[in-house]
Every structure is written in C-alpha cells, then in structure tokens.
Design a protein around this ligand. Structure first.
Ligand code: TRP
Length: 364
C-alpha cells in the first residue's frame, strides 16, 4: 500500500495565518520529513463553486493566489503534486458512483455541512451540489489512495464520511479504496486560530484576518489593533489571558528563543503571562513582541511570494504538470473501481464470451 497524503483548499481568497498554523505548516513539515510516496495538494475549485456558482470569476481569480501562497511557505513542486480539482475528470466519475451509497439523511447529519447550511440561509432551497460536497471530497481523497489528510479540525466530519463511503464501496465491490485519517496540528490553539478581533473564526468576510501576503506595515497595524482584555486599561492593572487574542497568538507562534531575542526580561511565555495577570505589562509591549515574532515568520514567506509573483506563467506550468500527473493517478483508481464493479464492459472478455454463449450456445 502506498503512503499517500492529500489535502486542499477552496480558492475563495488568499490564505491567512489561521490556515498557516492550522494546516500549511504541517504540510511543510510532512514534506520536509519526506515519509510518503505521493503528496497531493489540490486547489478545490469545484467545491468552491458549490457556494459561488454565481461568481466563477472569483474562483478564477483566486487560483493563482492560493498557488502563490502554497509556494510562498516553501511547498516544493518537486516534492508535491499541485493540481486543480475541476481538471481531473475522474473525480466527477468517482463522485457519481459514491452518491449511490450515500443517503440524503446522512448528508444532513454532517455537522460541518449543518452549520454551513445555517450560515448561508439556504433554508428549503439547498443546492444539491452544496449538500453533496462531502461526497465529492471523498472522491478527492480516495481518488489518490490518500490515507493521510492534513487539514483543519472542521474537516474531520468529511473524513469520517469518506471512511463510511470507503467501507460501503469495499463491502459491495471488494477491497478497492483505502480509509483516510485526518492529521491535525499538535498544538491545540493552532487548530482554530481566532480572528484579530477575538471572534472565534478568522475569516475573510469578518475582516479579521492576517494574510500570509500582507506587507509588514499592514501586519503591524493589524497586530497593534488586536483585541486584548478590554478591562486592562492602565499598565498597572491586572490583565486577563483567557480570550486575550494576543496571548492566543503567542501560544501559537512564540518559542522560548523569541524571549531571549526580543523580550529578555521574561524567560518564557509562562513568565510573561504571570506578569501580565499580575499587572504591570502594557498591551503595546505584548503586541510589539507578537509583531516581531510574526515578522520573523512572515518575512521569508513574503519574499518567496514575490519571487513567484514575477513568474506567473511558471506557476501555471507547475499546476498544469501537476494536474496531468493527478489525472494519471486518479484514472487508475477509476479503472480499479470500474473493474471491481464489473462495469468495464469493453475490457471484459468473459462478459462478451458468456453472452455470446447465452445466445449461440453451440457456437453457430
Ligand atoms: N473542504 C476543504 C476546505 O474547505 C477543501 C477540500 C476539498 C479538501 N477537498 C479536500 C481538504 C480533500 C482536504 C481533503 O478548505
């Protein structure tokens, strides 16, 4: 069995530091460790269209943004196959066969879909493409024999549903597909980084994101206006850590070595937290510290992005080549499924012989 990794993102906007700590960083680590046979990263335009069908231009414009973000964090096209979902036609075939083993009731039970339906106010008019996107996502994963899916916590219901589909298909047609597992970041705060305004979710529509591609000054401004503890007014006042977004980000980004470099009065984050809770540490100080840490992480990312921004045709070439490669692999899986379902009529000599015999048993 191959050890294949697959993950992807909807191209609806630039990627932000929530994506970074939640999944991108882990992808980079997995790439650098190299313990895999194939590593696929997909730009999920088909899935993005399930709630942007009225605005394909938005998706079209954001393919390159997401690709640039991938390359900017150091994902390497020599080690990872990048591809565009809509251009791998085998995925549509798999989706169609999987739909036969999934019920409407089961789709409605998917907790991520449930909350998304509520958010989008579809009410009685739920588009079928949207409701069934977990099935298409099962195709994305199984279409590459992927068993490892580094993705955010909110993706777990999709992976669970994928495992169910795999079991149904294997029960019906024999061992054909592999069950995947989600891989989450170890650090709990990284699983869902809040927005700069303290909202539980960092999201474009809420305008509370720090993007990987933000310039240094933009990052500084966003950090300096971050939500902290509204009751921490004077420096001497004791401050709260819980719900204080600056500390949540420090939990996600800071290391002991950052204290030595930028804030030597404190040995580590625990000491800084204790001092803040006690009183005497100003918000400006912790924000400046966070900004320096973020800058250290983001500056090389920005630089690599600029490199690729000057080479857009090359980036499209990377996607084109990756998509060709992805098609090869996915077609193998489609072929395997069709063989096991015995719907590969034209390659099935036995079928032709048996049916010939049925009508001309004496061979005349
Ligand atoms: N659902 C993912 C998101 O919203 C994108 C995605 C599509 C994906 N297919 C996938 C993620 C397969 C992991 C595996 O960002």
């Amino acid at each position: 069995m191959e050890r294949n990794i697959l993950t992807g993102d909807r191209p609806t906007g630039k990627l932000h530091i929530g994506h970074y700590v939640g999944s991108l960083k882990l992808r980079k680590k997995l790439q650098d460790e190299g313990a895999y046979d194939n590593f696929y990263v997909m730009i999920a335009d088909v899935q993005a269209l399930t709630d942007n069908w009225d605005n394909p231009e938005k998706i079209r414009q954001n393919i390159i943004e997401v690709a640039l973000d991938y390359l900017s964090i150091g994902l390497d096209p020599n080690k990872i196959t990048f591809f565009i979902q809509s251009q791998v036609k085998g995925l549509f075939e798999l989706t169609c066969y999987y739909l036969d083993v999934v019920t409407l009731a089961r789709l409605h039970r998917n907790p991520t879909v449930k909350s998304e339906l509520k958010m989008r106010n579809f009410e009685e008019s739920i588009p079928m493409g949207f409701l069934t996107y977990p099935v298409s996502q099962a195709a994305d994963i199984t279409g590459f024999d992927a068993t490892i899916v580094p993705a955010g916590e909110d993706q777990e219901p999709m992976i669970e549903q994928t495992r169910e589909i795999v079991r149904s298909i294997n029960n019906l047609y024999g061992e054909t597909l592999y069950e995947p597992k989600t891989m989450l970041p170890e650090n709990d705060v990284c699983k869902r980084l809040p927005g700069t305004d303290g909202n539980a979710k960092m999201s474009k529509s809420l305008g509370n994101c720090i993007y990987l591609s933000d310039d240094s000054e933009t990052v500084r401004k966003k950090v300096m206006s971050m939500y902290t503890d509204p009751d921490h007014i004077r420096i001497e006042d004791p401050g709260k850590i819980e719900g204080n977004t600056v500390f949540t980000y420090l939990d996600a980004f800071s290391e002991d070595s950052d204290f030595e470099k930028y804030l030597p009065e404190y040995k580590n984050l625990d000491e800084l937290k204790a001092a803040y809770q006690h009183g005497g540490v100003g918000d400006v100080k912790i924000k400046k510290f966070l900004y320096q840490i973020l800058e250290e992480e983001l500056a090389p990312i920005r630089e690599r992005r600029h490199y690729y921004e000057e080479r857009i045709p090359e980036v499209f070439d990377i996607l084109r080549k990756g998509t060709e490669e992805a098609n090869k692999k996915c077609n193998e899986v489609v072929k395997r499924l069709e063989e096991n379902m015995k719907i590969n009529y034209f390659e099935d000599k036995e079928l032709i012989n048996a049916q010939t015999m049925k009508y001309t048993p004496n061979g005349d």
